[in-house]
Design a protein. Structure first.
Length: 325
């Protein structure tokens, strides 16, 4: 098993939520020992600033500065624990790090509102090593509109600046992430930059009618363009408000395959970004083998599981241009 997890909030938990220790010694769901236990090939680490915490400190501009601090923190962690983990800016880096026995850390940004209308910030983030940006979180921002149960919001899409962002990300070879996006934002992203689009941590709306999840039409559209979606382990996106259960996880993966094909599903746990689950069948990154075994029992073979665990993400990463260090 060689796992690539497209989304965790571990840096946020360590820096903003008072998580103990660091990537080696911390109490987080994702730690180096737990990643070793899972056979992790690469972990995508989200840099995220909760806007409400920065409203009186400069809003999105303060969030942007905090994102840069988070990127610096992760880089520092890779230097402190250089025998175990290293930054990766490309698929080649991931493979190179693996040959050296190291886990790869991929920098991402969750909440593209930190650009705040300044396209040059995209260049800065790229130069820092950021290779994926989740365009939205749960607020309207300079890029577009988030998922919502309000239909008048849900069908609004990219703003003019948002179109510039997705086109520039496409040109630079950055992965565009539509998790948290409205259906309208998804629609517009697929029109203006269909290549290298993912839903890093989203499930299937046909199985769990939540606006954070993908409709079958969205799954087909993403899959037809070579995109992928990462299975999110958060109970309300699986189907049960306060439980995160293996049988629901496997159901979503099988539905992704049925609708989008075997090249579509991936993993995007959302570890360290949620709590409050009464039942948590996979409590941390070190227990991901439980999902592998559950999917095997559902009839999935090793080749298909390898694609879900890492192959599909590597394929998307390899398809990007200009990812040289």
């Amino acid at each position: 098993m060689k796992l690539i997890d497209m989304h965790c909030d571990t840096v946020w938990k360590l820096m903003d939520l008072g998580g103990e220790g660091d990537l080696m010694t911390g109490s987080c769901d994702v730690t180096i020992p737990r990643m070793r236990q899972a056979g992790t090939l690469a972990q995508f680490f989200a840099c995220f600033g909760y806007l409400d915490d920065f409203k009186d400190k400069g809003g999105y501009d303060a969030c942007y500065r905090h994102i840069l601090d988070m990127a610096a923190y992760l880089k520092e962690q890779t230097e402190i624990h250089k025998n175990d983990i290293a930054l990766a800016r490309s698929a080649d880096d991931i493979c190179r790090n693996a040959r050296s026995g190291k886990i790869s850390a991929v920098l991402t940004v969750e909440e593209g509102g930190v650009l705040n209308g300044d396209l040059e910030r995209l260049d800065v983030l790229y130069d820092q090593g950021v290779r994926l940006i989740t365009l939205m979180w749960n607020y309207e921002n300079c890029i577009g509109y988030p998922n919502s149960r309000d239909a008048s919001v849900m069908w609004q899409g990219l703003k003019p600046f948002g179109i510039e962002v997705v086109e520039k990300m496409n040109d630079k070879g950055m992965i565009i992430d539509v998790s948290h996006a409205s259906d309208g934002t998804f629609r517009d992203v697929m029109e203006y930059a269909p290549g290298a689009v993912v839903a890093s941590h989203s499930n299937c709306r046909a199985l769990c009618d939540h606006p954070r999840n993908l409709t079958d039409e969205m799954i087909r559209r993403l899959a037809n363009e070579g995109g992928i979606a990462g299975l999110n382990l958060y109970g309300p996106f699986l189907g049960t408000q306060d439980e995160s259960r293996l049988d629901e996880m496997t159901a979503h993966v099988l539905h992704m395959i049925d609708v989008g094909g075997g090249e579509f599903p991936a993993i995007g746990t959302d570890f360290d970004g949620f709590d409050g689950m009464k039942t948590l069948d996979i409590p941390d990154a070190g227990q991901m083998e439980l999902l592998w075994e559950a999917l095997k029992k559902k009839g999935l073979g090793e080749d298909q599981l390898d694609k879900i665990w890492s192959g599909n993400v590597l394929r998307v990463f390899k398809s990007l241009r200009d990812l040289q260090q």
